[in-house]
Each structure stands twice: as structure tokens, then as C-alpha cells.
Design a protein. Sequence first.
Length: 710
Amino acid sequence: MSTQKPYDEEKVQLDRTLTTMKEHLETLETMPKYVGNNYTEQVLEGIREKNRTDLRRAIREPYFGRLDFQEDGDKEAVPLYIGKIGVANPVNEQPMIIDWRAPVASLFYSFIGGNETAYYESTDGRIEGNVHLKRYIVVRNGELQRVVDDFEKGNERIADDFLLYRLGENKDNRLKDIVSTIQVEQNEIIRAPRNTPILIQGVAGSGKTTVALHRLAYLIYQYQESLRAKKMIIFAPNRLFLDYISDVLPELGVGDIQQTTFQDWAMSILEDEVRLKDARESFAKWFESDSMVEEGKTKRWKGSLSFMHVLAQYIKSYEKNCVPTQDFEAWERKKLDQTIINRWFTVEYKHYPLAKRRERILHRIKAWMDGELKHIGDPKVKKDRKKKATQQLNAYLKYWPNHSALSFYRELFSKLKKKQDISEDILRAIPSDVVQATAASLKKKEMEQEDLAPLVFIHQRLYGVDPNHRYQHIVIDEAQDYSPFQLALLKNLTEQQSLTILGDLSQSIYAYQGIKDWDECKGIFDKSKLQYFELTKSYRSTWEIIRFANEVISQAHLSIQLADPVFRSGEKIKLVQVSEENRILSIVKAVQLLQEKRMNTIALLGRTEAECEALFMALKAKGIPVSLVQAEQENYAGGISIMPVYMSKGLEFDAVLLLDVNDQAYRKTVQDAKLLYVGCTRALHELWLFHGKTPSPLLEGIDEELVMKV
Ligand SMILES: Nc1ncnc2c1ncn2[C@@H]1O[C@H](COP(=O)(O)OP(=O)(O)OP(=O)(O)O)[C@@H](O)[C@H]1O
């Protein structure tokens, strides 16, 4: 073991590594780029170019950790330097820096101290040995900044100092990678095998989103021969959130992964045909009044697997009956027998989706007509017959219309409403409120969010799945807000059910559509394949904030494990009673104080959009540089933001100010407890709650130790 101090030792090592890397980069940069046609040379140039790019990136921060590992049978421990990008020594081609995704690097994350045998799974099987040292090394722009030993053989394990140091940092407006401090339970998820659906229930701040993004980077590395980033897709709750997470994958060296929201994705499939009701209206209605309770039941049913099964059944019966039952008579005594057309449909074109089959048959009928017309010599007779045949064909096709997903859906609901031409089974299966509500929105030509999954389902049954909509892996974030129908739809678009689904039932604030219990969606996946993980440790917030938030969510009496905070102690939660007159002034003062404390991101979370707009105007008038975040917004600028609490889901801020936490705004209901919980758990370091004379009953009985009344 070295007698040098860790910092000095690493300084020497870093200088040595950087010199080698810089020399290698210089050599590569001075080599003329190959632009000829020789394939082998092109491949070699491709490798050189990748090396240049990798080295340029790696030189800034070559590695973040060191693990000294003595493999069983070896004489001594070998130091392994672990970085975001693997770098080989140009002289002997041996790894100089190991990619964090490589099998051996997994040790850095799975090893949590102790003197027991450590192991990792390599392509040659399990490799066992002993860890002598686990060290965190912070390098910024090529400068060594910090060295923290987490474990040294013979010494007691040092607590999570480095993790706590990282968690204590202030954040800017983007989520960051966590490669240096991935925790054991997160590592297990990141490295789970590719062809298995993974379902993660994780408490607020447990790193679900972060883990999912690291998992994508891992999969791309591990299965680089077969996986393509372009064939992977992330579903996120809104565009703002996509912007918020947009730095992580590039920082991990991964580009080109598709990122979308379910709505945008579905609308791109349904093209221009469907007009969607403005989601803001539904949100405002849902979050500001009780009027959605009844409507909510209809919405839930439309997101159920029952609806999917009924639709599948209806489409099957359509398939059986869509070919007209009469012969096609082009002109007198010139008939194409119905049995022939039926055979084309049920046998020859069976492998095509329904609409494609119709199209093929239409071509074939036309070809048959042309063939028959060829035998007619008299041009006038020919012309007349051609005209007649075209009319006949149009008449024939009236019995076999060309459906779009929307017209098909419309026809179904019209039959249901009239109770005509529809089987008893289907009629009985669909609740009458669903029929009434859907028929009404179809009449208004405005579809609701929950109609999107059924419409895409129909579209894909009619037209087949576009190869561009088949994915090698799908990530679904905030999955608690997805309906089982949506999840089943997406599952069918993956190869071998390769999905990562993550969510938190404590944050399911759209009760009218989301999952209430993960068992609801366990039935969607192959039971033998589905892997279920629970993340209960919360990394985002201080110990005080998580304890406080836990007390709030306990009022919802959910059967979900509460978050287990990391021991990062911070300020007490501030409860500020304000009057109508001093409300704005108190908020301004709090914001100024937090700015003095160098909080980079501060969120003011209101209960309703209207309240946020009013506050935005008031703060602007006071000269506070604040931005109002609205639904459908695409960019998140950081700094001081105002938004309704429901929009803050998935985001995080150094400090959060929850406004109007009064008895009317946050009542003692499951829904309001979840909303308040979401708001509280957005804060990393400071949480302030403002209320009037009567605070929310959800704050009753909260441990006095956690709060400070201001
Ligand atoms: N192992 C870790 N090391 C350092 N930071 C971590 C770690 N895991 C999570 N974090 C941090 O915790 C915060 C929460 O992570 P993330 O947003 O991914 O959690 P989440 O479970 O998706 O949260 P929520 O459901 O509340 O939106 C982020 O700031 C992230 O960087």
C-alpha cells in the first residue's frame, strides 16, 4: 500500500494519465483523416475518430473512482480507475480507464465494505476476490479537486461521506448523471438483463428517472452489437420534463434515443385526423374542483384492459363480417363470386392487417375488371361497361368502407348508442355512461386523452404497426399515471417485452386514469419474466423534508412503504402564517432570503393556475425575476419559477415554497395528501409552507421537531 497521502498519490497518477491521453490525442489529431473508398481504411478511420471524440471528452474528467481489487489467485491488488468512458493505453492496449458499465466496474457499486469476498459476473463467469480500497476522485477540467476514501482494507468503512457531499450540492435547471455514486439497489436495476420487463415502485427522490436513463446507457454499451439508440424510446409526462432530463444521456455519451410524451406519440400515429380536447381544461377541472369524480369513472374504464379486450373482440367480429355478402357484379352477368373475394380476404391476404387486405382486394378487383374489359372489342360498349363497372364498384364499397381509426371508433359508439348491429356481449360489456360520454365527445369532434390508447390500438389493428413504432426498449417514466390499456399497448411494441417502467403510487395524482395498485398491470406482462423492484431510499431531500413529507402522505393511508431518508440533515420546515395583506411581502422576503443563501433553483408552487398567474404578476411588479411555468411549456429555465403543484411532478428545486396550504386548498383527502406530498418532495434543501388563518388539516399532528413557525 502506498505511503503517500491519497491526494498526492492521485495527483501523480492523474498527471501521468492525462499526459498519456494528451499525447495519444495529439497523435490522432495530427494523423490525416482518411477520405478514400477503401472499406478497411474507412473502418479504421471510424475507430480513430471515435477515439478522438472519446479522448477529448475524457480528458476533462477522466475518472471518478478507483477500486483496488485482488482477484483470487493473483499476488496483489490492481488499481482499477473507473470513468464515464473506457480508455485503453495506446502502448499496450490494456484498459487504462474502465467504462463504468463494464462488468468489473459493477464492483465499484455493489461493494459496500467489509472483508468478505467480493465478486462480479464476467462473460467468463463469476470472478471473486478482495477489495483493498474504494476511493472517490473528483476531477474537473483536468484538475484534481477531491479524494475521498470510502473503504480501506483494515479500516472501518467510512460512512457515505461522498454521497452526502454530492447530495448537498445545489442544483441547476437540469437533472445530472450519478455515475460516481450509483447505489447498490440502483445498480441492480441498471444492470438487469435486457429482455425482461422491469417494474419499479420507487419513493419520491429515489432516483427512478436517473436510474432509467443510466439503464439505457448501460443497455447500449452491454448490447452494442444488437441494440440501436434510435430504436429505444422514453415516454415522459410532459415536454418540460423532457427538457429537464435532456442533459443526462449526452453526458453519458448516449445520443439519438427517442423521447416523447404519450400524447405526442399517439397523435403522430393518428396524424391530423383526431382533435384533442385541451388537456389544460381537464387538469384545471380535476385539480380545482370535485366535478370530475363521476367523469373519472368513465375515464378509468376507458383505460382498462376490459375495454381493450372488448375492442379486440369487436375488431374480430368486424373482420368476420366486413367483406360484403353479395357477389361483385361489374356489369350484367359479369360477376366476381363472393366466395372468391372471401378467399382472398381470409386465406391469401390473411397475413395483412385489415385495411391493407381491403386495399389489396380492391386492386385485384380492378385488375379483374381490366382483364374482362380487354375482351370487349367495341370501344363504345367497352366505355359503357367501364363506366358501369366503376359505379358498381363504388356501390359495392359502400358496404365495405375504408375506415380510419376515428371513423371505426365513431361507428362502434354509434352502434352502441343505437343498440343496433352490435352483439349482446359487447353491448353488455361497455357501461352505458361510457357510451353516452364518448358519443357526446365524438359529436363535438373532440377526443379526450383516454381515447388515445383505444384509437392507436384500432389504428394498429387496421393498418398494422409501422416498423418505426417497434422498439428494442421502452422506458415509461411516471408510469403510475398510465392506464393499464396504455401500458399493454406499449408492451406490444417492444421486442421480448423489453421495458423499464417506473413510478410511485404515492404520487398518482391523476386518480381518474392512473394505476392504483401495481397488481393491476402485473397481468399485462409475462408473469415469469416480470421483475419487480422497490426503491425506498430517498436521495433528493434532507432528512427533515422527507420525514415531514412522510407525515403528510401517511394521511392518505396508502399501503406503500414510506420513504427512507438518507441522513443528510438540513433546515427545519418553515411554516409561515400570512394574512391577506402581508402574503406577497412574506413570499418576497422568503425568496430574497433563499437567494442570499445561494439557492439556484426556487419553486413557488400554487394550488391552481389562476393563483400562480396572480402571484406571478405580483412578484414581477416587485422586481423579482420570476418565470411562470405553464402546461404544454417546452423549456424549463431554472431560477425562480412559479407553477401549479401538479406540474412540478418529476422536477426538483433547491428550495420549494408551497403557497396557500390552507384548509380549502388542501383538504384531508387522499388526492390532496398526494398533491401536497408531491410538492414537499420536490425540495432538496429548504421547504417553506405558507398558509392563512386555518392551515390544511394535513399539517395537523406533524412532529414539532421538524418544523419552525415563522
Ligand atoms: N445514487 C445517487 N447519487 C447521487 N444522487 C442521487 C442518487 N440517486 C438519486 N440521486 C439524486 O436524487 C434526485 C432524485 O432523483 P430522480 O429525480 O431520478 O428521482 P425520482 O425517483 O425519479 O423522483 P420523483 O419520483 O420524486 O420525481 C436527483 O437529484 C438525483 O440526482
